[in-house]
Design a protein around this ligand. Structure first.
Ligand code: FEO
Length: 171
């Protein structure tokens, strides 16, 4: 059985994961609008991954006998200055999510809620991967500077992603 405090915190994270999905879908639309379809593809699968994260929280709350409370999802931005600005915002967002996950782990430890702690450990590892993946793209964008050729090469590379994790086939 979840405590009320843990139930509310898990519902908060469910909302945050859905917001992440919204944010990356908005970034997908931005990249589509500037004809960087490979970057758009990467964001499309990133958005799907976030919705899968949200469903993990949804299912866990229910399996613990808790009450899912869906709340309003904030509107994400829909315009950025450049691909670099998008990935700076993405890394900043993922770092924020890492902080939220760490706070949840702290709460689980405080409450001696071992089941929640074990559930959250997957997200602790996932955030390491998320920050690494996003940071990798950001570093490449920084190295490239203003070179248009590099941007198109990266676009072709990011077009290969075809799932929630890792670089694979284009859609
Ligand atoms: Fe669900 Fe990107 O963290």
């Amino acid at each position: 059985m979840l405590s009320d405090k843990m139930e509310n915190a898990l519902n908060g994270q469910l909302n945050a994961e859905i917001y992440s999905g919204y944010l990356y879908l908005s970034m997908n639309a931005y990249f589509k609008s500037i004809n960087l379809d490979g970057f758009a593809n990467w964001m499309y699968y990133q958005a799907q991954e976030e919705l899968a994260h949200a469903m993990k929280f949804y299912d866990f709350i229910i399996s613990r006998g808790g009450h899912v409370k869906l709340a309003r999802v904030d509107a994400p931005p829909n315009i950025w200055d450049s691909p670099l600005a998008v990935f700076e915002a993405t890394l900043e967002h993922e770092q924020k999510v890492t902080g939220l996950i760490n706070d949840l782990v702290e709460l689980a430890l405080e409450e001696h809620d071992h089941a929640s702690n074990i559930f959250l450990q997957w997200f602790v590892s996932e955030q390491v991967e998320e920050e690494e993946n996003v940071g990798g793209v950001l570093e490449q964008l920084k190295l490239m500077g203003e070179a248009k050729g590099g941007l198109f090469m990266m676009d072709r590379e990011l077009a290969k992603r075809s799932s929630g994790g890792g670089a694979q086939e284009a859609d």
